[in-house]
Design a protein around this ligand. Structure first.
Ligand code: DC
Length: 222
């Protein structure tokens, strides 16, 4: 049987737009490595907060970033960042991180620091026998993988997004984060030209995965 083509799928969108559930569903269906880059920004934010480094461009930030050794730990289909051997846990989803992450993610130094690491996940996926990778974030289709085989932009109405977070038992300032993420100078959250726009407001998770799978399927042996 012909080997399926190695696929790079980029999924962008605002907070709670359905990126994680969709990415996870696709990763299972097509045996893709799932990479949640939001967790990279959350984990580095937590480490910088712990080190008392403020979200401003200065020597302390550069030195703080240099002290972070990044690697990857695979668990099932999920690729997690590790920082100096630490595997991020639920602490990266705390209120404190929710409140601060957008300010750190707006720093060009932090984005540059994570750029090559994010791109290097392609090789990790190949080395671990995956059929490709599905990477979710805010700038994956615009900056990290503008040539991805598929670039999706997920949207959901603010009320639906708030409901999804409430169901997960998470208090999150979704709209405030989206405002900061969309208006920053470095790699803002935006709909990249030529990406596929999908409004998930009225769709169940199964319907979203089904719709996207119909787009992915023909790409596999193209
Ligand atoms: O996806 P998330 O809500 O866990 O992401 C946390 C924050 O990280 C989000 O507010 C914006 C930032 N982020 C980013 O700037 N670029 C990415 N590729 C992923 C996340």
């Amino acid at each position: 049987m012909t080997q399926p083509k190695f696929l790079i799928i980029a999924i962008d969108g605002g907070a709670a737009a359905g990126k994680s559930s969709t990415s996870r569903g696709l990763s299972e269906r097509f045996h893709l490595m799932h990479v949640d880059t939001g967790s990279f920004y959350r984990a580095t934010t937590l480490k910088l907060l712990e080190a008392g480094i403020a979200p401003t461009t200065d020597y302390a930030l550069v030195a703080g970033l240099q002290s972070l050794q990044l690697d990857t730990a695979i668990s099932g289909n999920n690729a997690s960042i590790t920082i100096n051997g630490w595997v991020p846990d639920e602490s990266i989803r705390s209120q404190k991180v929710n409140d601060n992450v957008s300010h750190y993610a707006a720093l060009p130094e932090l984005r540059a620091f994570l750029l090559d690491y994010q791109r290097s996940q392609v090789q990790v996926a190949r080395d671990n026998g995956f059929n490709g990778l599905v990477m979710e974030g805010r700038d994956i289709g615009s900056v990290i993988f503008p040539d991805a085989n598929l670039r999706l932009f997920l949207h959901a109405d603010p009320e639906k997004r708030a409901m999804r977070r409430a169901k997960e038992g998470i208090t999150d300032s979704i709209e405030k984060r989206d405002r900061i993420d969309s208006t920053r100078k470095a790699a803002p959250l935006q709909y990249p030209d030529g990406a596929i726009f999908l409004d998930t407001s009225e769709l169940s998770l199964e319907e979203v995965i089904e719709n996207v799978s119909k787009i992915v399927e023909p790409l596999r042996f193209a």
